[in-house]
Write a protein that binds this ligand. Structure first.
Ligand code: OAD
Length: 239
């Protein structure tokens, strides 16, 4: 792959901004496109507050199935590169729209999950959080008797202001932004590449294809994350 490697120490703060394409090579389907989740499921029936109020069991089943699918997925070389850079550089963060937890499984510690996590359920009444792991039984009701809710930002939900603040700080404060595998159409995340660019960061896109935001980047690499990231950071210690 003909890619000019990046020298991490040339940058003060590196931010990875990831979407579903980051997880695609791990076997997690993306959302949009022909093989995407929203081609198979109607989000209005499984991924919004209204659907949950109408039929919580169906919504919980959809998310339990997604957790089951994830149990067979493993982080790939791209995840390993981002995680190992965090060990070698003082300011490396991941801001992700993904809810699959693959960055953390690869060893990344500074991860901001904009859309929550499939691995958490919360009680809408008490606020109690239930943490799950691969292979765990999925409870459907809180011990108080109320239906649990996936701790996920669905269509129509507001993002946690505290999470947005932390992400804005990371993206607005970086001098190298690498956006990976996102169609960047869902707000407010879609505004992050522009924010980084406005703050003077060098901005790089990794995606199989051009996106509506491609014009913003100083460089765009058309290829899979699992190949482009190791080529960009050949010195990163591979897991
Ligand atoms: P999308 O499914 O919209 O976009 C995935 C992007 O990844 C596309 O631009 C693909 O071209 C690219 N891609 C696919 N495979 C890739 C690979 N191996 N390497 C690099 N790029 C690849 O996913 P997101 O942008 O993450 O929100 O979607 C954003 C949000 O919309 C999601 O968090 C979810 C969704 O609906 C909610 O559920 C609220």
């Amino acid at each position: 792959m003909d890619i000019q490697p990046i020298i991490p120490d040339d940058y003060r703060a590196i931010a990875f901004f990831t979407g579903a394409g980051m997880s695609a090579e791990s076997g997690v389907p993306t959302y949009r496109g022909r093989a995407g989740i929203w081609a198979k499921y109607n989000w209005e029936e499984v991924a919004c507050e209204e659907a949950y109020r109408r039929d919580p069991e169906k919504v919980l089943e959809f998310h339990a199935l997604r957790r089951q699918e994830l149990a067979d997925c493993r982080p790939h070389r791209g995840h390993a590169v981002t995680a190992s850079l965090e060990d070698r550089h003082a300011h490396v963060s991941v801001v992700t729209q993904n809810i699959d937890g693959l960055h953390q499984r690869a060893g990344s510690r500074r991860v901001i999950e904009l859309h929550g996590s499939l691995w958490r359920l919360r009680c809408p009444q008490e606020g109690t959080i239930y943490h799950l792991g691969p292979g765990d039984e999925s409870p459907v009701r809180c011990r108080c008797g109320v239906w649990l809710r996936p701790d996920i930002v669905w269509f129509g939900d507001c993002l946690d202001p505290e999470v947005i603040n932390r992400a804005t700080e990371v993206i607005g404060g970086c001098d190298l932004l690498i956006a990976i595998g996102t169609s960047a159409v869902v707000w407010p995340a879609a505004g992050f590449p522009q924010l980084a660019r406005d703050q003077g960061a060098h901005c790089i896109e990794i995606n199989l294809e051009a996106t509506e935001m491609s014009f913003l980047y100083h460089a765009s690499h058309r290829g899979p994350a699992g190949e482009v990231l190791p080529a960009l950071f050949p010195t990163a210690i591979m897991a």
